[in-house]
Design a protein around this ligand. Structure first.
Ligand code: NDP
Length: 330
């Protein structure tokens, strides 16, 4: 099996030097086991957190070990009747070309006309994150104004689209004009390019003149400051991520306008999608319908080959992706 390992812990933005490739020999499968050839793997911002040696909701990666993450593959040899040859499976054993399993923590994917890679994106963890934040954390209502940052990404692009389907006016921020055009074409009401708009808070005030009911926070920093300035009274903030800070080498000071939380009586709630996984079935049924009827578009940016997995991962912090960032392994 070709594998990608953590060679050293990144300082600031990760570089290709933090990763190394190795070849591992897999033992022949025994009774109850099967061999999977990975076809697609996910790179996600949360993996940056796992590269830091600290206690968090998920254990850190160890130097010299193969990295892990969501992957979709096909069973190519099997001595396990529950996972016959040809089965498509989802696992957390990405960053490698092949693995042997006895079925522990491996899910067989249902037959769908969709490309299986979407189980890493719109039908998987990022899609579920979007749905959870809007429905279970912020409880978005029809007629409200929703603001979402990193809005062309895996989570954000689904937040923006579900927001429209739930009857909200959706304001989005992205880092390029091409991404802005993509969201405008999806029917998003107002899109800000945070890199070229000048003062973000001023631009947000113009895009949401009546204020924001719900902010879906993916970025942190200046985005949070701007959102706090324009929240309505009793507004809600679903805190999903703060990607602008994941590569910080020194702690970033918090927003200077936190008193807005009091003045506007805001409710701010963070969440981790895995704690909501008992609702995955409900989400998947709804998302399956939206995809089948064309009401949600599933965009992907695909890097080819395990050799390019580190670049794909680093690219998340450089805005290289539109929709879900995916690596095609085979
Ligand atoms: P994306 O597909 O959105 O990829 C990351 C995007 O973030 C980039 O394309 C880039 O777009 C934007 N970005 C990168 N750096 C910055 C920056 N410094 N300032 C502003 N924007 C930046 O990733 P995901 O959809 O997978 O994740 C989005 C967020 O959701 C992350 O914060 C992630 O940690 C979080 N998350 C949280 C989960 C939870 O359970 N709480 C689960 C899954 C994700 P652009 O060109 O627009 O800058």
């Amino acid at each position: 099996s070709q594998v990608i390992q953590l060679k050293s812990r990144p300082e600031g933005l990760p570089t290709s030097d933090n990763f190394s490739q190795a070849e591992q020999t897999l033992a022949a499968i025994k009774t109850g086991e099967f061999l999977v050839k990975n076809q697609w793997m996910s790179v996600d911002p949360y993996m940056r957190g796992r590269m830091i040696d600290r206690k968090s909701y998920i254990a850190p990666f160890e130097i010299g070990n193969t990295l892990e993450g969501g992957a979709i593959g096909e069973v190519i040899e099997s001595l396990n009747p529950d996972f016959p040859v040809g089965s498509k499976v989802s696992s957390m054993l990405g960053w490698r070309s092949h693995f042997v399993s006895d079925g522990t923590e491996i899910t067989r994917l249902p037959e769908t006309p969709l490309c299986p890679s979407h189980f890493l994106g719109v039908l998987g963890m990022p899609g579920m994150t979007a749905w959870t934040g809007l429905n279970r954390i912020a409880e978005l209502k029809a007629g409200e104004t929703l603001f979402v940052s990193a809005a062309s990404g895996a989570v954000g692009s689904v937040v923006a689209q579900i927001g429209k389907l739930m009857g909200a006016r959706v304001v989005a921020s992205v880092g390029s004009d091409e991404k802005a055009a993509y969201l405008t074409n999806l029917g998003i009401d107002a899109v800000i390019n945070y890199k070229t708009c000048g003062d973000l808070s001023t631009a947000l005030g113009q895009a949401a003149p009546e204020g924001i009911d719900v902010y879906f926070e993916n970025v942190g920093g200046e985005h949070l400051t701007a959102a706090l300035n324009h929240m309505k009274d009793h507004g809600r903030i679903a805190v999903c991520g703060m990607i602008a800070q994941y590569n910080d080498t020194t702690p970033t000071p918090g927003p200077s306008n936190l008193a807005q939380i009091i003045i506007k009586k805001l409710k701010i709630e963070g969440f981790i999608v895995f704690e909501h996984w008992d609702h995955y079935g409900e989400f998947a049924a709804q998302m399956g319908q939206w995809l089948a009827s064309g009401k949600v578009q599933a965009e992907q940016t695909i890097y080819e080959g395990l050799d390019n997995a580190a670049d794909a991962f680093i690219g998340l912090f450089e805005g290289k992706n539109k929709g879900k960032m995916i690596v095609k392994i085979a």
